[in-house]
Design a protein around this ligand. Structure first.
Ligand SMILES: *Cc1c(COP(=O)(O)O)cnc(C)c1O
Length: 370
């Protein structure tokens, strides 16, 4: 198996045989011709709701990076999560980590209620015990989690449950953590975040260790028939973006580590949540599961109240005030404004660290905290 940097730089070998171009062509056609005998000109290209060359190219890069049996792209991270949950029968039992991406939790609650699925929400710290005690058809975890940056031991959860283990590894990307290697049955990412990394494509991805399972067959069939497909242009942009994924992740992780350490030592800061900080809960698990860094996402608890947090956020100039994460440009978000009822501390500022020069990033926080 080639190294991730090589797989990514070469887009897993996607070139344009037709023109000889070293990058693949963008093929937007929705429908594909048949010959005079009515045989498809290409058996794998019939109609673009099923599949397309650009989609397959992007999937192949991700499949190799995850070392997966099969990888499927979806039009968003939420569409990928929904695709997994839609395979559950009515009355199923699921365990979901609490304190994860709020959009995921809100949708799962609603879906489980409609389908009479028994939902147990449990904190990262109690997940293994709960998974061992309670039978479940599906266990859904997010590591590192957003915005608490908690880490969950994937292998230990896999050992504890007989259910399908699905891991949202968005904050890690396949460069820093390959969840399938630790026993996850399905690894999910919002490719909108670090995988695309340029804040200009919405996409989600699922990868599996075993493409023959009933659940995976259902996911694949449902994507095709219900039409939750990523368009060729998005897939093409994603393939282009992923060429630099290992480089971007390396720089972002370095920047995030340095910024986290700097802010933790600052008088104006109460605490910093980051898997790469030795004092942070779950650091040992992150150390075991992640390689090459701890990602671009951290949360800063400034000393003071909500007004102080908003004041600091307002004074930042390099960090843009916007939701999302994993892009080349640094972003901040006052999460409590977005989800006021979920227990996010009022002084928490979520930070997505980009690829800018670290001196500029630190100087920006220094002037904002001054
Ligand atoms: C953004 C995000 C999602 C949802 O992905 P979309 O592409 O926005 O639909 C799911 N999980 C995590 C951890 C995320 O950050």
């Amino acid at each position: 198996m080639k190294k991730p940097a090589t797989i990514a730089a070469h887009a897993a070998g996607a070139v344009d045989q037709h023109s000889g171009g070293v990058v693949p062509a963008l093929q937007p056609s929705t429908t594909f011709m048949r010959d005079a005998d009515y045989a498809p000109v290409r058996a794998d290209n019939i109609y673009s709701r099923d599949d397309s060359d650009n989609l397959r190219q992007a999937q192949e890069v991700l499949r190799r990076l995850e070392d997966a049996a099969e990888t499927l792209l979806f039009p968003s991270g939420m569409a990928a999560i929904a695709a997994v949950f839609r395979t559950l029968p009515n009355g199923a039992k699921v365990i979901v980590q609490s304190g994860i991406y709020w959009g995921t939790m809100a949708w799962i609650r609603d879906f489980c209620e409609r389908r009479e699925i028994a939902l147990t929400e449990v904190d990262a710290d109690d997940l293994i015990a709960t998974a061992a005690e309670q039978p479940a058809d599906l266990v859904f975890i997010e590591t590192p989690s957003n915005p608490w940056l908690k880490s969950v031991d994937i292998a230990a959860v896999k050992d504890a449950t007989s259910g399908l283990l699905v891991v949202d590894a968005t904050a890690a990307t396949p460069i820093l953590m390959r969840g399938l290697d630790f026993g996850a049955d399905i690894v999910m990412h919002s490719a909108t975040k670090g995988i695309n990394g340029h804040s200009d494509v919405l996409a989600g991805v699922l990868s599996t260790r075993n493409a023959e399972t009933e659940v995976w067959q259902m996911i694949r069939a449902d994507r095709k028939m219900a039409g939750a497909i990523l368009g060729p242009f998005e897939a093409w942009l994603l393939t282009r973006a992923m060429r630099t994924l290992p480089l971007r992740v390396e720089r972002m992780s370095q920047n995030a580590q340095e910024l986290a350490e700097h802010l933790l030592a600052h008088d104006g800061v109460e605490d910093v949540f980051y898997p790469g900080l030795p004092h942070h809960v779950g650091h040992a698990i992150a150390q075991k599961q992640m390689q090459g860094g701890y990602g671009s996402l951290l949360s800063v608890l400034v000393r003071g109240d909500r007004a102080r947090a908003l004041q600091v956020t307002g004074k930042l100039q390099v960090f843009l005030r916007a939701t999302s994460l994993g892009g080349v440009e640094s972003l901040v978000e006052h999460r409590q404004t977005i989800e006021p009822h979920t227990g996010i501390p009022e002084n928490l500022i979520r930070v997505s660290v980009g690829i800018e020069h670290i001196d500029d990033l630190i100087a920006d926080w220094e002037q904002a905290l001054a």
